[in-house]
Design a protein around this ligand. Structure first.
Ligand code: 13P
Length: 249
């Protein structure tokens, strides 16, 4: 089994002062982790995060970036702006962006390509809604999200991508996918990638689970054969809980 990639997605939480306090608490708690540790913080916390994690094993990510390098895009942030700050990762296509900000598979692809071109490592989120799962459309939705959302991503670029399977019904609801549901969906997703990029590339690809993962359920999820890590929302806002997830496998 691979080591895991454990990423916290802070979403729209933590002022700069709060972020600094949380990172200072987190650094010693995860210093001896054997898994990769990433924190994806609000734009306004990025500079502090990069400075406070310098020389530690914590990597820093943003939560979105635009597909253009500059221009008249009020309110957006370019990938090169993130790189200049020392940011390494960026979450793309989170379901909250798809639901509230009109993100589509096409914009996810455009942002992913721009992030890759700028030297960032995208964490691309996919996942079905409850209605889609209940109507038997889960596989169709996941297949579409991969085929459309990775249309022009090359095999070489894929090596710098992490995928997060986040079933929308499990995000922030306290309803976690069972270990088997998470593993089965990720296996399915891996199969879709295998068809496009070959078996070896699909096996090397990191596919995380996200959705109400916490210090109580992380061990079971992370012990599954195909779950290569976690993308953690709520529980990543508490240093001890996030550290427990980092050490759960
Ligand atoms: P929760 O862990 O709060 O359910 O959020 C998951 C998520 O959306 C991470 O990106």
């Amino acid at each position: 089994m691979k080591n895991k990639i454990i990423a916290g997605n802070w979403k729209m939480n933590k002022t700069r002062a709060e972020a600094e306090a949380l990172i200072k608490e987190l650094v010693p708690l995860v210093a001896d982790a054997r898994n990769t540790v990433i924190i994806c913080v609000p734009f306004t916390d990025l500079q502090s995060a990069v400075e406070l994690t310098r020389g530690t094993n914590i990597h820093v990510g943003a939560q979105n970036c635009h597909w253009k390098e500059s221009g008249a895009f009020t309110g957006e942030i370019a990938p090169s702006m993130l790189r200049e700050l020392g940011v390494e990762y960026v979450v793309i296509g989170h379901s909250e962006r798809r639901t509230y900000f009109g993100e589509t598979d096409a914009t996810v692809l455009a942002r992913t390509k721009a992030a890759l071109n700028a030297g960032l490592k995208p964490i691309v989120c996919i996942g079905e809604t409850l209605a889609e799962r209940q109507s038997g459309k889960m596989e169709e939705v996941l297949t579409r999200q991969v085929s459309e959302g990775f249309k022009d991503v090359t095999a070489e670029e894929l090596q710098r991508v992490t995928v997060a399977y986040e079933p929308v019904w499990a995000i922030g609801t306290g309803v976690t996918a069972t270990d088997e549901q998470a593993n089965d969906a990720i296996k399915y997703i891996r199969g879709v990638f295998a068809e496009k990029y070959g078996k070896a590339a699909a096996e090397a690809l990191y596919i995380q689970y996200g959705g109400s993962m916490n210090d109580g359920n992380a061990k079971g999820l992370l012990n599954m054969s195909d779950v290569d890590g976690g993308l953690i929302g709520g529980a990543s806002l508490v240093a001890s809980k996030f550290a427990a997830i980092v050490h759960a496998h």
